[in-house]
Each structure stands twice: as structure tokens, then as C-alpha cells.
Design a binder for this molecule. Structure first.
Ligand SMILES: NC(=O)C1=CN([C@@H]2O[C@H](COP(=O)(O)OP(=O)(O)OC[C@H]3O[C@@H](n4cnc5c(N)ncnc54)[C@H](O)[C@@H]3O)[C@@H](O)[C@H]2O)[C@@H](O)CC1
Ligand SMILES: [K+]
Length: 518
């Protein structure tokens, strides 16, 4: 398949519509099942070689997910694996029933309950796919519970059985897979936070869906995509023009810090430094100025008048904000720096607001006025900050992506909702997910690094770009979130999930990018 659609995310309704087009155009259902199951079997043989994993158990349900599983069982048996099948369901769909009959004809053992299986090295879960429509109960729930008690790798076909394809919620009970092989196109469940504990490592099994079929179903809808390396590569400020100079690769102003939260300003500055931005200026309370200069010698550091609590009372009168390519405002400001936030909101400069910048924005109650800004605004809340800014959006659903889309439409800003699967929405409805993250980031300071990193990318994009400014702002947020996640994963690999504090994270940002791009 042409790569352009491989990162699209679809609902069950859209997947059925796409599949329906293939069938209408003449692709036999049984032939498609053969093709898909052949790709699954190839993946399994590569991942679980015969000499190390000779015994395979396959659990097959009544629908076409079960049909896929039975074709996989047949193919693995043909390659020499010792395969056995568990078929706990009644009233199989005709194609699935035919495959079960043929598997029995081949002499592959078939049992009704998982307890009846002989020992196995890998378990394949083909109980339910995207056809699941109600809560899993009775014998099916028992089968799921037995799968979850298995002490070997569990590979789910299409989805962990029991997960709803769109919401990612477990309907009653769901398989906790070690690997999930998503078929054809990413389903929405793969980007829902609730589903992450069930999915294990997700992999896409491409089965050459014609791009025309996908385009016909998705063309009129807002684009929803998963961040993948090819998309990120196109959006990185690399390679630089050979004859560029520091004023052409962005000048970022970071407005951050207060006496109680001095480190937040430093971490944001370190994140900005890693972004490669050409020039970096920091506006901090006067009492933090020398500390920042000592740590970031290349930055220009402006000391601001302070409140009694050590917050920025107001920005220096001489500060001309229109000189900067972008402003990143918020980390460590405390709740006493409302004047600074008001000033950056009124500036004509592209702006990222985070942390206390968002809390102060919520205090000001001016979400709607963001639409009047001349330049793009990027908001980077975590769930708590998001709920303060957009109290209605997360009320009825836990779907972070949909909430971010609504918030972006309401505010006219790019909204990046941080989480285990960060969602980034453009006011026009375009939505990206960054699913590669790590719980190592659940730690104070991670967000400050992200603010600086995205701020630096935003400044570079604004200094160089001829694209639409709001599109470029979304790209900066996307690249920053992806890069931050990759850095944290690399740090966690070397140092465990407990060893990724903000300063460590910063150390990994540039090396990981070099590694991933190589
Ligand atoms: N996406 C595609 O284009 C393709 C899909 N295929 C497979 O087909 C699957 C979808 O097949 P189906 O539509 O047959 O659906 P499933 O195989 O997911 O099974 C759903 C069946 O179980 C019943 N059911 C739903 N919820 C139940 C519950 N809680 N308890 C008991 N029964 C329940 C439904 O009535 C339906 O018959 C995909 O997940 C995938 O594995 C592949 O074979 C071919 C290509
Ligand atoms: K499944």
C-alpha cells in the first residue's frame, strides 16, 4: 500500500466501510481472510521461531476474527509448529465454521475450553475483533480470564478480545496481550489511554488496502493520524540550509520561573537549547538571573521586577515582544504572574502557554479571546490543566483526542493534551496522536523540558516557514511531543523508568534524534 495512509486512524464504522468497498469491488471475503492471516503467520514465524516456540495454542471465536485465527493455525501447522485450537463459541459464522472443519480434518486437536489445552509456548487470541458489540460474558468471559492467566506471550489478532474498537474500553473483561497485531489500519482503541494496559506492543499488519478505498471513506473527514517517523522526518528543522545564520533559525523568548519554582525555568531553557533554536532569551525574576546565566551561558537573561512572593511582577518595560520568533510562557511562574501572561497574550508573537501560564489563562477566563490573537497559540495542558480550561470537554468521555479537537475548535489554538498517548489537535479538526511514550515521564519537570523543546521548534518554524503559521505551530508541537517521548524511552532503557528526571531527559534528546534518524 502507498505509505500515505498507513498512519491513519479509523473507527469501526469506517473500517467496515473500507472493507465493504473491497468486497463490492470483487475481492472475495475468504480470499481477504487468507491474505491477512498469511501476513499474520509470517509475522509470528519471525517473532516466535519454531526452534524456540514449537507449541502454539490458538483461541478462535465465532466471527471472522476467529476465522483469521483458524487460518493462522493451519498455516503454522503446515510450517511444523505443534498447533492446537480452542473453540469455545457456538453458532460460528459460515466461513469460520468451514475453517474449523478443515482444521479438524488436518488432525489439529480442537478443544472447547482453554483448560483442555496441552502446554504451549505462545497463545494466539482470535476470540473477538472489531465485531465486538456487547459485554463479554459466560464461556467467553471464562476464556478471556483463562487467556489472562497464561504465562507465555499472548498475541491478539486485530484487538485484544473484549476491547471496544473505538473507545478502547474493556467490555466486561478483556485480554491483556503482550502483542497486538492491528489489521490494515490503526483502530481508535490503539490511541485511547484506557486501552494501553491491554495492548502490549502494538504492530500494524499491512494487507495492501487500495488507497482509493481509504480515500473514498476518509476524504471528507478531519485527518486523524498516528505520529510515525516518516511524518516526523518531514517536519524536523533538518537539514539546515548550509548558508543559514543564527537569526534565521529562530529567536525564542522563554518567560518562566519564580523563587519557589526556579528549576522550572532552567529545565525549559535546557529543552529549548536541545531544540537547536538560534537565539534564546529568558525573562525570569531578577533574583534568578545569575543562576540561569551560570547554567545557560549562551542565553540572554532578562531580570524582571518581582512580587513579594518572588514571581514576575511585570515584564521589563523595554521588552519588545515583536522581535521574537516565538514566546514560550508558563513553567514555574506561580499564580502571581498574571501581568506577564496578559502581556504575552496581547503580543503579536506566536505563543506557547504551559503550566501556570495555562492556570493564569483559566483565571483570566479569556479562552475565546485567543481567537483574536494575530499569531498562532499553542496550549500544552495535562489533564488537570485541561479540565480547568475546558471544563465541559472531558466530562462525558475519557477520549482525550476528541476533547482536544473540541478545545482547539473552541479556542482557535493548537491544543496538545499530554498523557500516555498525547493528542494534538488543530482548530480545523486535524488530530495527531503520539503513542510512543513511557511512564518514566510521569514526574515533575518533564513538562518544563517539553515546553522549551516545542518553544524552540516553534521559533525555528516561524523564522523560516512560508507555510500556514497555524499548520507550522501544530507541526512544532507534534515534533516536540514525539521527540520528547523518544528521549524519555531511550533514557528509561538505560536508566529504568525511575531514572528519568528532567536534567537526565535533556541529555538524551539530541543523541536519540541522531540515533533514530540514522
Ligand atoms: N478489517 C478487515 O478488512 C478484515 C477483517 N477481518 C477480521 O474480521 C474481524 C471482524 O469480524 P466480525 O465482524 O465477524 O467480528 P468478530 O470476529 O469480532 O466477532 C464478532 C461476532 O461475535 C458476536 N458478538 C459480538 N459481541 C459479542 C459478545 N460480547 N459475546 C458473544 N458474541 C458477540 C457478533 O455478533 C459477531 O458475530 C476483524 O477484527 C478481523 O480480525 C479479516 O478477516 C479480513 C479483513
Ligand atoms: K482478538
Amino acid at each position: 500500500m502507498s505509505c500515505e495512509f498507513l498512519d491513519r486512524i479509523v473507527t469501526v464504522e469506517q473500517m467496515r466501510a473500507i472493507e465493504g468497498r473491497l468486497f463490492d469491488a470483487g475481492m472475495p471475503v475468504a480470499a481477504l481472510m487468507e491474505k491477512v492471516a498469511g501476513r499474520i503467520a509470517t509475522w509470528l514465524v519471525a517473532q516466535f521461531p519454531l526452534q524456540h516456540y514449537p507449541r502454539i495454542a490458538v483461541v478462535a471465536g465465532l466471527g471472522h476474527n476467529g476465522g483469521d485465527a483458524l487460518v493462522v493455525a493451519r498455516e503454522l501447522a503446515a510450517q511444523g509448529y505443534r498447533v492446537q485450537v480452542c473453540s469455545p463459541a457456538e453458532r460460528l459464522k459460515p466461513l469460520t465454521a468451514d475453517h474449523l472443519r478443515f482444521v479438524e480434518y488436518l488432525g489439529i486437536p480442537v478443544v472447547k475450553a482453554i483448560a483442555g489445552l496441552a502446554p504451549y509456548d505462545v497463545l494466539i487470541d482470535g476470540l473477538f475483533g472489531f465485531g465486538l458489540e456487547r459485554s463479554v460474558e459466560g464461556a467467553m468471559a471464562d476464556a478471556v480470564a483463562a487467556i489472562n492467566a497464561a504465562e507465555c506471550p499472548v498475541v491478539s489478532i486485530d484487538l485484544p478480545s473484549g476491547l471496544h474498537t473505538d473507545t478502547g474500553q474493556a467490555l466486561g473483561i478483556a485480554v491483556q496481550a503482550t502483542h497486538t497485531l492491528c489489521l490494515g489500519l490503526w483502530k481508535r482503541a490503539f490511541c485511547q489511554e484506557e486501552a494501553l494496559a491491554y495492548l502490549g506492543q502494538p504492530h500494524l499488519i499491512d494487507f495492501d488496502i487500495p488507497p482509493t478505498a481509504i480515500a473514498a471513506v476518509l476524504a471528507a473527514l478531519p485527518t486523524i493520524r498516528r505520529a510515525t517517523l516518516p511524518a516526523i522526518r518531514q517536519r524536523l528543522p533538518l537539514p539546515r540550509q548550509v548558508n543559514t545564520h543564527k537569526y534565521r533559525v529562530g529567536h525564542l523568548l522563554v518567560v518562566a520561573g519564580s523563587q519557589p519554582y526556579a528549576g522550572a525555568a532552567l529545565l525549559a531553557a535546557l529543552g529549548a537549547r536541545a531544540s537547536g533554536v538560534g537565539m534564546l532569551t529568558l525573562a525570569v525574576p531578577e533574583s534568578l538571573r545569575l543562576m540561569i546565566v551560570a547554567q545557560i551561558p549562551e542565553a540572554l537573561v532578562l531580570g524582571c521586577p518581582e512580587t513579594e512572593a518572588g514571581a514576575i511582577a511585570h515584564l521589563p518595560d523595554t521588552l519588545d515582544m515583536s522581535r521574537y520568533s516565538a514566546i514560550a510562557c508558563g513553567p514555574g511562574l506561580s499564580r502571581h504572574a498574571g501581568g506577564a501572561v496578559q502581556a504575552v497574550l496581547q503580543s503579536p508573537t506566536p505563543l506557547l502557554l504551559d503550566a501556570d501560564g495555562l492556570n493564569l489563562l483559566a483565571d483570566l477566563g479569556t479562552i475565546e479571546t485567543l481567537k483574536q490573537r494575530q499569531a498562532p497559540t499553542v496550549l500544552t495542558p495535562h489533564r488537570g490543566e485541561f479540565k480547568r480550561l475546558f471544563p465541559e470537554q472531558l466530562e462525558n468521555s475519557e477520549d482525550g483526542g476528541a476533547a482536544a479537537q473540541q478545545a482547539a475548535a473552541q479556542s482557535g489554538a493548537v491544543v496538545l493534551l499530554k498523557g500516555a498517548c498525547t493528542a494534538i489537535a488543530h482548530p480545523n479538526g486535524t488530530l495527531w496522536y503520539v503513542p510512543e511514550s513511557t511512564p518514566a515521564l510521569a514526574r515533575g519537570g518533564s513538562g518544563d523540558v517539553l515546553t522549551g523543546l516545542i518553544g524552540g521548534l516553534l521559533a525555528q518554524a516561524m523564522a523560516s516557514d512560508t507555510n500556514d503559521a497555524l499548520d507550522s505551530a501544530l507541526d512544532a508541537a507534534l515534533v516536540g511531543a514525539w521527540w520528547h517521548g523518544q528521549g524519555a524511552r531511550a533514557a528509561a532503557r538505560d536508566r529504568t523508568e525511575l531514572g528519568v528526571d528532567g536534567t537526565q531527559l535533556v541529555q538524551y534528546l539530541n543523541p536519540v534524534l541522531a540515533q533514530v534518524l540514522a
